[in-house]
Write a protein that binds this ligand. Structure first.
Ligand code: ZN
Length: 366
């Protein structure tokens, strides 16, 4: 199983300059290769071959590992592939564009050109950079590739490790999850995962940072600094959110053998009237985390059809329309409970007829 581990790099000033220089050269190559593909008929294979000649001709490029340069060509080719795929699908994508300084933030190594030794990451042509080994790599893992990434003013090393996951002891427990806005999730056992509302809480901070940018003169150094601060606020929000998603998904995986969720059309929902809240709760990311953690631990994540989950009674199965504002489930059969708990029970109940449809995604809006 492949998994990416991200560590913060602590480069010296000299190393930082070297990293930035490499990034600039890669960006330059990307833009030149894009220009070439726009102007003449060429293939990524031919461009890759030219990389060797480029290294001979320009001394600057001799200071960059050949795989890094080839990966730039691959990156460009991927953006062309995506472009053509979307054209074929009848969408109207933007043509691959030239990358400005802020739009190119990583370069990649294949399995050579770097090595990890204790607290240091030896990167070819750059040197041994200290890194914060915040968590150990899994035992007996082999590192497949390295991506060096800049984010705001920090540098990160993303190591892609291949390893055999340790499965958790089997659990007979099953749970249904109803993802919502009032609560992040309602569990079929009647408990809840509260909505952290991180974006809402950070909004004042965010607004202040945005205002600071808006007030400063375009092109000025002060504005640049304000933009940097705004970016940091965004990053902090994203980190906080991801942290909670990780903690909650891990808790669920450790306790339950089978987790049943509804196959949501999050993209459709996020465009609707509840867009901001839906983005904030990041259901899609949560399901993604659950799904890889389940695979790793040998647990089961099942996605079921989500139609009428909140309208059906878990006791008698009668469908009764409820408006969105109606938070209680009150059925004639005497079944009374919270609306989302009822939905979670329905979701759990749907596992039986549908069986193991892991990964099946049926689009739905409800
Ligand atoms: Zn009922």
């Amino acid at each position: 199983m492949l998994k990416t581990y991200r560590y913060r790099l602590v480069p010296s000033c000299k190393q930082q300059a070297a990293l930035q220089h490499t990034l600039d050269l890669c960006r330059n190559l990307y833009n030149c290769a894009l220009e070439q593909r726009r102007m003449q008929r060429t293939t990524p294979v031919a461009q890759m071959r030219e990389v060797t000649e480029l290294k001979k001709e320009f001394t600057d490029y001799q200071g960059v590992h050949v795989h890094v340069l080839q990966n730039v060509i691959k990156k460009l080719d991927r953006s062309f592939e995506n472009f053509f795929r979307r054209v074929k699908a009848g969408q109207k994508p933007g043509f691959p564009r030239f990358k400005g300084k802020d739009r190119f933030d990583s370069f990649a190594f294949n399995n050579t050109g770097f090595s990890l030794a204790g607290k240091y990451l030896q990167i070819s042509k750059i040197g041994a950079i200290k890194l914060r080994l915040s968590r150990p790599l899994p035992k007996d893992s082999t590192i497949k590739s390295l991506i060096v990434r800049r984010s705001s003013n920090n540098w990160y090393a993303c190591l892609v490790a291949d390893y055999t996951p340790q499965t958790l002891p089997a659990s007979e427990l099953c749970v249904g999850l109803d993802l919502g806005i009032e609560n992040f999730a309602a569990l079929s056992d009647g408990s809840f995962i509260p909505n952290p509302r991180i974006y809402e809480k950070a909004q004042a901070e965010l607004r202040r940072a945005q205002r600071r940018v808006a007030r400063r003169k375009k092109g000025s150094h002060r504005r640049k600094r304000a933009v940097e601060l705004l970016r940091k606020v965004h990053e902090r929000i994203a980190n906080r959110r991801l942290d909670i998603l990780h903690k909650e998904s891990t808790k669920l995986i450790q306790k339950y053998g089978t987790i049943v969720v509804e196959a949501l059309n999050v993209k459709g929902l996020a465009q609707g009237f509840l867009a901001k809240q839906v983005q904030d709760t990041s259901w899609a990311r949560f399901i993604q985390l659950l799904s890889y953690k389940a695979e790793e631990a040998g647990r089961r994540l099942v996605k079921v059809d989500c139609s009428y989950t909140s309208q059906t009674c878990p006791e008698c199965g009668v469908i009764k329309k409820k408006s969105l504002s109606n938070r209680e489930h009150n059925c004639e059969c005497g079944c009374r409970m919270r609306r989302d708990t009822a939905a979670a029970k329905i979701i759990l109940g749907r596992i039986a007829p549908l069986g193991e449809n892991v990964g099946a995604f049926s689009p739905c809006v409800a």
